[in-house]
Design a protein around this ligand. Structure first.
Ligand code: SAM
Length: 226
């Protein structure tokens, strides 16, 4: 059984295609996909030996080693064109790291589907996708414990995104779901605290002050239509 975050990622992976999970740690995702018969075959990539051993352990213990290959490699170097992987998942990392992993091996792509779950810097990752021949086709926001996670599904295509699309997500901001609103309410409260602190200490001349005010304005316009 997967956590809600990984389950949401799993549900978005294209059916019946060879998939890869880059930075898989325990390989829970790939194992689940194979066990559910959603993915016939998977490659899991890990840059670190400890997590790779975790992956190998899960794959063996679950008896799916005929369907899942575990490879030690940095990012997409785990894959070759001959693998013909059609869906690549990169989840549970910072958006800048995901962007770096995609950018380092641009020649391998474009992949028919990317399922990305960046923990931070979603805007920079969206900008990379648009600049590199992908279009964002679907997005989801999932709550798990106190956290809210964004999942982005991209496919080859052309798309133009506004600044607000990059920040809030073209699909998420259109849908304005409850978890989306809760996330930005939470972020707004955090920024408001910073504003208070800077005002109380007379530091309103700092660039940070304007930056945070701008965030609050953007959130109010987007999410609260203020
Ligand atoms: N993808 C899983 C998930 O979403 O639950 C595991 C996320 S875990 C927090 C991040 C994993 O990414 C770690 O196991 C780490 O070793 C791996 N990782 C970090 N940078 C990587 C890279 N350049 N290539 C492959 N794996 C990487």
């Amino acid at each position: 059984k997967l956590t809600p975050r990984l389950e949401a990622v799993a549900n978005l992976v294209d059916d019946q295609v060879k998939m890869a999970d880059i930075g898989s740690d325990h390989a829970y995702l790939a194992t689940y996909l194979v066990e559910q018969k959603k993915s016939p075959e998977a490659i899991v990539g890990e840059v670190a030996k400890g997590p790779l051993n975790n992956a190998k352990h899960t794959v063996q213990a679950q008896g799916v080693s005929a369907h899942i290959e575990c490879r030690l490699a940095d990012g997409l170097a785990a894959l070759t064109p001959e693998d013909k992987v059609q869906s690549v998942v990169i989840a549970g990392m910072g958006g800048l790291l995901i962007k770096k992993i995609l950018d380092a091996k641009k020649d391998l792509g474009p992949f028919p589907q990317l399922v990305l779950q960046p923990n931070t810097d979603q805007d920079a990752l969206r900008a990379w996708l648009i600049d590199n021949g992908y279009a964002i086709k679907h997005e989801e926001m999932v709550a798990e414990g106190r956290h809210r996670y964004e999942i982005i599904v991209a496919r080859p295509g052309a798309q133009t995104l506004s600044r607000a699309d990059l920040t809030f997500g073209p699909v998420l901001r259109k849908e304005q779901g409850d978890i989306f609103k809760a996330k930005w309410q939470h972020e707004r409260a955090r920024y408001a605290q910073v504003v208070d602190r800077l005002e109380q200490s007379g530091q309103t001349n700092l660039p940070k002050y304007q930056e945070v005010k701008d965030w609050i304005k953007a959130i109010d316009e987007e999410v609260f239509h203020g």
